[in-house]
Design a protein around this ligand. Structure first.
Ligand SMILES: [Zn+2]
Ligand SMILES: [Zn+2]
Length: 334
């Protein structure tokens, strides 16, 4: 197999040939068809998350086909198309697992961070954490649903019954969730980098009722806001944008420091909380809902060997929607 490997933090990924591995008990081997590029991959490469496995193969929005089954795997079949998300393993026994909050497990493994991920031609996964995908929908358009869609979905659920909802940062997650929110008859207010009129137009094309810079106030107070961008300065801004009793949800795994702000912004029962990881139930719920919403995923496709360029383009905000790596493109090119 081949993979784009992070050998040292803050350095480019290396195109590397690795020995093929057989799946262990309870595991599957999956030939990767497509792997989305998530902002979390940038945080991994930049060393912003604690205790990565190194070397590591990033990538946790994986669509692929099973080509080997480990001992004891009964629920999945050879040749089946599956999705592999960020949550790659839990212990099943810690207090959080036992209270149905496996997203907070004390001993988890995360795909593309503490176990090898999908910037590769093949990946080994824990079968219990792979989602059967069926055959409807293209590999490339499904890949971004597996994190941007899924963690965005968890954030939207946690935002509660908000009719007017703000999205700070209109990238891969928000462009998917805007469509879900609109389908649920909510009004979406999109906040982008100040002056980014291209992304504001993109948000409106997906049904946002208003789009503007994150330094501007919405035309009316919001019921809730979700912050997708990794900028702590957005926290006080979002708190100011929500009404009394409104809720602000931080959806990212990493954020720059939150600047101090007057208590007045939190007063009147405004709530501030974060979303961590996902549960398998989130995945099952969202993957069932996605076809009903007819989500149109905007993707920019890169060959697997172009992963460094894809990460640079994500960092610089050079594309709308989501970047997706495709190993097959490179294999047929070479
Ligand atoms: Zn646990
Ligand atoms: Zn992700």
């Amino acid at each position: 197999m081949h993979a784009m490997v992070l050998k040292k933090l803050k350095t480019p990924l290396d195109w590397t040939e690795l020995p093929d591995r057989d799946p262990g008990p309870g595991e599957i081997r999956v030939q990767v068809l497509a792997c989305g590029v998530c902002r979390t991959d940038l945080h991994v490469v930049d060393g912003e998350l604690p205790d990565p496995k190194l070397p590591i193969i990033p990538g946790h929005e994986i669509v692929g086909r099973i080509d080997a089954l480990g001992v004891g795997v009964k629920q999945l079949k050879l040749g089946e198309r599956v999705g592999i998300p960020w949550l790659g393993h839990t212990d099943g026994t810690c207090p959080y697992c036992r209270m149905q909050r496996e997203n907070l497990c004390d001993h988890p493994l995360f795909t593309g961070f503490t176990r090898d991920g999908g910037y590769a031609t093949a990946v080994i996964a824990d079968a219990r954490f792979a989602f059967p995908l069926g055959e409807v929908g293209s590999d490339i358009s499904i890949a971004p649903l597996l994190c941007a869609g899924l963690i965005g979905w968890r954030s939207l659920v946690i935002a509660g019954d908000a009719r007017k909802i703000g999205f700070y940062g209109f990238g891969a997650a928000a462009h998917i969730l805007a469509q879900v929110a609109r389908w649920q008859e909510r009004s979406v207010y999109a906040f982008t980098r100040p002056g980014d009129s291209r992304t504001q137009e993109f948000a409106k094309s997906l049904g946002a009722v208003w789009a503007g810079g994150s330094d501007t106030a919405p035309p009316e107070p919001l019921d809730a806001a979700i912050i997708f961008a990794p900028a702590g300065a957005l926290v006080p801004a979002a708190l100011k944008a929500v009404r009394k009793g409104g809720r602000v949800v931080c959806a990212g795994i990493h954020m720059s420091d939150v600047p101090s702000f007057p208590y007045r912004s939190l007063w009147e029962e405004r709530e501030l909380l974060s979303v961590a990881n996902l549960t398998r139930q989130d995945g099952l719920d969202f993957l069932k809902l996605a076809p009903q919403v007819h989500i149109q995923v905007t993707t920019t496709r890169y060959a697997l060997t172009e992963a460094n360029r894809a990460l640079d383009d994500l960092r610089a905000g050079r594309f709308e929607g989501a970047a997706v790596l495709t190993p097959n493109a490179v294999l047929t090119q070479k």
